[in-house]
Structure formats: C-alpha cells, structure tokens
Ligand binder design. Structure first.
Ligand code: BGC
Length: 516
C-alpha cells in the first residue's frame, strides 16, 4: 500500500505566536521567538506546525482581524523573519501551515476603508452593504458570534454592513469575483513563499451570496445551558443556508483548491461547523472531491469536558463519516477553548500526576485516530487552564464583554513557560507581558521538561517515535468503530501489514497497544 500523503496522518503543533516566545523584550511573542524554539518542537517528533495569524492587524481579535494579508504585524517581525522561520522549519523536517482568515478582514484593511466611503467607489461591493428596512432597522435578524447584531450602520453610505464576529471584522462579499480573485492572490503569495498548507479560519462563515438575505429561523432545540457560553443568543437561531453555509459557499473551496493543486503537495484544512446535527454533513460537503482536503473536527473540543461515552460517540460519528480517509483533523485544545488538562475529566479529584497522565492519554488517543491531530502549545506539558486572570488584565474582547460570567479565551492564551526560574518563565525579558504568565505553569516549563526523562513531553516524544514504526498508523487511515465499557475507548487500526488494537483506559489512565 502506498505511503499516505504527509497531511493525511500528520501531527500538527499549533503555535499562538503572541504567547509563544518573545525575542525582542516587548512582552509579546514574535517570529524570531518561534525560530528559537523550533528545535523544541522538532524534538517532540511532530510533523508540522500551524501558526495562528501573524499578519498586519490592529489586534482587536488578536490577528483574526487582518489589515494586510501579505505582510507581518510589526510586533511579530518582518517578511524576512518569516522566510528565516520557514527555512529553519523545513531544515528540521517540519511542514509549515499558516492561518488564513478568508471570511472577514479588519475594518483597517484598505479594502474596507475604501468601501465604506461611498456607494460608488471601486471597492463599493467588496463587503455586504444593505439598505436599512423602511423603519431604519437592520436588514435581517442575524446575530454575531460575539454578542449583539451582525449588522452595523455606516453613516457615510447610510447602509448596514455584515460582520459575523466583531463590528471591526467586516465580512467580505464573495459574490463579487474580484474579492475571490484577491483572496486567491493571497493564497498564491504564501504558497510562493513556501508554506505547505493553510488552516482556513471559520470557512462556514464566508458569505458567498448577496441580497436578498433571509432571516435565520429560531432554533427550537435551544436549551439554556449551565455554562455562560451555552447561553449566547447566537445559538437561539439556526444559521445554515441563511447567515452561514450559504448555497454558493463551496465556490470558495473549489477556487482555493485549484490554486493549491497548481503547487506540489499543499494542504487545505478548513475550520467549519453547522447547526447541531448538520455539522458532520457540512464537513463532508467541504471535503468533497475538488474542495478542501480536510476539516477540523470540533467534537473533542467541547468546553465543559466530555464523558468517556461522550468522546466515544463523537469519535464514532466522525469515523463513520470519514473512515478510510485523512479528511479530518482532531483536537482537544486550541486558542478558543479552555485547555483540556482542566476539563471535567481531569478535575475528577485527580492529583497532579494523574492529571498529567490524563492529558497524555488524551493526546495518545487523538493521535491514534484516523486523520491528522492538532496539539495546542502547552498540551505536551499538560498545562492547566488559567482561570485567575485579573479582570483588568483581560485581553479577549469576547471575555471582556461577558466577564465574570464567562472569561473568554485568555484562559488558554497565557504565555508559554520555558524555564521555571527565569523571569516570566523564560517567555520574555520585558517588565510586563501582554497576558500574565501563570504561576501554576512554572513547575512545568518546556525546556526543563524536555530535559526530564519522565516528563509528559518525553513520554509523548517516545509515543510519536514508536508510532512511526506502526504500519497500521502510518500506511492506512482505517479503523474499526470504537467500543469499550464506561471507562474505555477501544478500536483497531488496520493496514495491509498490521492490525493494531488500541485501548485507552480512563480508570487506570493508561493506553495499551497490541498487534492482533
Ligand atoms: C478563530 C477565532 C476567531 C474567529 C473569528 C475562529 O474560529 O479560531 O479565534 O475569533 O474565528 O475569526
């Protein structure tokens, strides 16, 4: 059987650049800092890195609001730094993925600056501009993910514009072919610089249809949940086919795939979602032939933690939809959700060493599944979520809006720690850092843990090394449906050469593998 393509079973390490390593003492991570720590990542044995956005940006949504897609934000460095970063990554055998945000840009992008001036400038139709209803109200009932309406008023045009996230993140109008072409030029710019793939941010929120826009229906299944994030008005509506996942959305996937296919071996992984039970179908639609290579699966990221049964069900659903393919990527943590080491399962009265065992088990499980796996910086150290950031130090606009009921995403974005005894854990030599370094992280600093033979870092490194010799994991993407009692998840990975039974036991907190 042929070897899989690199991305079909890649282990991808996600870097949040603002919080990885500061090299110029301003309290903010940067590209040179990433270069300094690439050996640490390569020695772990992962296959690729995905770097969250580092493009020019006012940082209102910390880089997911792009003011120039083809340049580097001044706090992070220069294009020359990026070229040095990609060169070193490739020398170390790491593929490099960048995080493109196609659905919306920043209000500071020159496209929007021009577009908002009048109804007849050359960029007038690059965004979704709509007249008010006769009573002056917004054109539809659409809401923003971050709270409030998805339409804001622009007095210069006497019209509303659409933003599915912050008002400072206007949605681009993909019904206009000029917008599509401009974004394809962005893709070529980064492919020409040598990037191996893109993580495509929130692709299901690309608005590819223009007026008439239709109202979202109410979501009759909405239940006011126990967590503040379950209570957001956004989820009181269904969105598919109206505000999100619009009929023409796949034109984007098809165009960008053509661009990727004009280069060798490049990869497109889209973050996409759908209403309740639609999510899997949406993922399948985005990855049909001629569209994105893979989607990023949300099910293991659930905020309130998952029971073993919950995880097993989520895996079963995904495997049923994607077995025998590498068209999906699993993750337990990222820059948008509380760190997995602190979720319910890890809080069941576990002491510190049990918590670390639990985190290692989750990673071994995720990596043993079909498809690729994304590890978020610090998961290899079992860093817990940081719930005690003082309100006046909070940065995430979503958290600031909802605190203290919901702390937003700063809790998983605090800076990485590298050396227990260094100032700010070795993250920065500045007096102050953009988010405080967590005291609770200092005892698990990365460079120190890499030196300690029994650390989670080294246990994960050994697991990744062992995996490379397992044909069932490296040469095919096939597995049986997961089974097991209330504390176990068991499945078999199968290739022509090997059948490998994989068992993850959440009572003993251990994984075992057996050739059968
Ligand atoms: C990113 C978030 C971001 C949002 C808007 C998401 O899915 O992961 O961090 O705030 O898209 O771009």
């Amino acid at each position: 059987m042929a070897q899989l393509l690199w991305w079909e079973n890649a282990v991808i390490y996600q870097i949040y650049p603002r919080s990885f390593q500061d090299s110029n003492h301003d309290g903010v991570g940067d590209l040179q800092g990433i270069i300094q720590r690439l050996d640490y990542i390569a020695n772990l044995g992962v296959d690729a890195i995905w770097i969250s956005p580092f493009f020019t940006s006012p940082q209102k949504d910390f880089g997911y609001d792009v003011a120039d897609y083809c340049d580097i934000h001044h706090e992070y460095g220069t294009l020359a730094d990026f070229d040095a970063l990609i060169e070193k990554a490739h020398d170390l055998g790491l593929k490099l993925m960048v995080d493109i945000v196609p659905a919306h840009c920043s209000e500071e992008h020159k496209w929007f600056q021009e577009s908002r001036q009048s109804r007849d400038n050359p960029k007038a139709d690059w965004f979704h501009w709509v007249d008010p209803l006769p009573d002056g109200s917004a054109p539809t009932n659409w809401l923003s993910f971050f709270g409030g309406r998805a339409w804001s008023f622009e007095p210069r045009r006497q019209q509303y514009y659409l933003h599915n996230f912050l008002p400072s993140q206007p949605n681009l109008n993909y019904a206009n072919p000029d917008v599509m072409n401009a974004m394809m030029d962005v893709a070529r710019f980064w492919f020409d610089r040598g990037v191996d793939g893109f993580r495509l941010d929130a692709v299901h929120t690309i608005n590819a249809d223009s007026a008439p826009y239709k109202d979202n229906p109410a979501n009759p299944e909405f239940v006011l949940g126990p967590l503040p994030q379950d209570q957001q008005p956004f989820f009181r509506q269904y969105h598919d086919g109206a505000q999100l996942n619009q009929p023409n959305i796949q034109r984007f996937s098809e165009e960008i795939r053509k661009v990727a296919d004009s280069y060798d071996d490049r990869y497109l992984m889209g973050e996409c979602d759908g209403d309740n039970d639609n999510a899997m179908m949406v993922s399948q639609t985005f990855t049909q032939a001629g569209r994105l290579h893979a989607t990023y699966n949300f099910d293991l990221l659930k905020w309130d933690g998952l029971s073993v049964e919950g995880m097993r069900d989520a895996i079963a659903k995904a495997v049923e939809a994607f077995n025998d393919s590498g068209r999906l990527s699993f993750a337990f943590s990222n820059h948008d959700v509380p760190r997995s080491a602190s979720r319910q399962l890890a809080k069941l009265g576990l002491d510190e060493s049990q918590q670390q065992a639990m985190q290692l088990l989750l990673l071994q499980l995720e990596i043993s599944l079909i498809g690729s796996a994304c590890i978020y910086q610090g998961e290899e150290l079992a860093l817990p979520d940081v719930q005690d950031i003082p309100l006046d130090k909070m940065q995430d606009p979503w958290g600031i809006e909802f605190a203290p009921a919901f702390l937003g995403r700063d809790t998983c974005r605090t800076p990485m720690v590298w050396q227990t005894t260094a100032p700010h854990g070795g993250f920065s030599e500045a007096n102050d850092t953009w988010l405080p370094v967590a005291e609770a992280h200092l005892s698990r600093a990365g460079l120190d843990e890499a030196e300690r033979p029994q650390s989670n870092y080294n246990k994960l490194a050994s697991f990744l090394k062992w995996r490379k010799d397992q044909p069932a994991m490296m040469e095919a993407n096939t597995m049986t449906a997961p089974t097991g009692d209330a504390h176990q998840i068991i499945f078999t990975r199968i290739s022509d050469k090997q059948s490998l039974r994989c068992c993850f036991d959440f009572e003993t907190l251990s994984a075992s593998f057996e050739e059968i």
